[in-house]
Design a protein around this ligand. Structure first.
Ligand code: NAD
Length: 247
């Protein structure tokens, strides 16, 4: 393990996962208090084929979206530290698996955040080009439509997120891979690195010569590629690492 990576100039790529938002009150999926760890059936809510096939599951999904703690969540010290890194003049691109927009709400430049799994603030139709806001759709749910259909074609509506089994947006994936490939330092923060192709951004960065630094409480499949592994809680680890990089 070397601390030299802190002194590298150049581009910084950051891959974030649900673990960066747990301090903001949004549970992760696979951590010890994760949504799926506590209720494995909840995984079906994020599975595309089950969602399309099962109206009852969709009703449950709309309620889960309504009750998502992310609506009330505020960015935490780790989100703020990444903003500081950018404002200090470093070229930083965030590839986030999160759908909560907390990086942007912390003040990180929206055009430097790649939402590789989409976001929870927009709604799309699976059949046609119809798009609307989550707020407008949740108003329909509150008014009594338990599984609101597309007003344009009658198709199934869903959050603008990428579910398991759903095709990733090609342009977004290519942009993420390019950001990884051109990084000199690549920080993977708060992800179990079990979801592909998001996790493989770590390998793309390392293959192109970046130092990989993993900040996560639990081991990941990419630990053997890392220059440094940080097990300290994200809320203190990320501000400390940013201070050391800027130091
Ligand atoms: P994950 O749940 O698989 O893994 C999160 C990891 O973060 C775990 O290994 C956990 O130990 C670690 N962790 C949690 N809090 C931590 C802390 N304070 N300090 C150190 N480590 C901590 O999450 P993932 O890899 O992002 O994959 C889950 C998928 O679910 C993603 O694709 C994402 O789209 C989605 N998701 C998003 C949100 C969100 O937007 N906030 C929340 C849950 C799930």
């Amino acid at each position: 393990m070397t601390s030299e990576w802190r002194r590298r100039d150049g581009r910084i790529g950051v891959l974030t996962g649900a673990g960066i938002s747990t301090d903001s009150g949004i549970p992760d999926f696979r951590g010890p208090r994760g949504v799926w760890t506590k209720d494995p059936i909840a995984e079906l809510l994020s599975t595309y084929d089950s969602y399309l096939a099962d109206p009852e599951l969709r009703q449950r999904s709309w309620l889960a979206r309504r009750d998502n703690p992310a609506w009330q969540a505020r960015p935490n010290a780790a989100h703020a530290a990444l903003v500081e890194l950018e404002r200090a003049g470093r070229a930083v691109t965030i590839i986030t698996q999160n759908i909560d927009r907390l990086h942007q709400r912390a003040g990180f430049a929206a055009d430097r955040v790649i939402e590789i799994h989409g976001n929870m603030f927009e709604v799309v139709c699976v059949e046609c080009d119809y798009q609307t806001t989550m707020a407008a759709t949740l108003d329909r749910v509150a008014a009594g439509e338990a599984d609101p259909p597309c007003p344009s074609c009658g198709g199934v509506l869903k959050a603008a997120t990428i579910m398991f089994g759903q095709q990733m947006d090609r342009r977004t994936t290519v942009a993420a891979a390019l950001a990884a490939q051109t990084s000199d330092i690549f920080l993977a923060i708060g992800s179990s690195l079990q979801v592909e192709p998001a996790a493989s951004m770590c390998a793309i960065a390392v293959d192109a010569g970046a130092d990989l630094v993993i900040v996560n409480a639990e081991p990941t499949p990419y630990d053997s590629m890392a220059t440094e592994i940080v097990r300290e809680p994200i809320g203190t680890a990320v501000p400390r690492l940013v201070a050391e990089i800027l130091g």
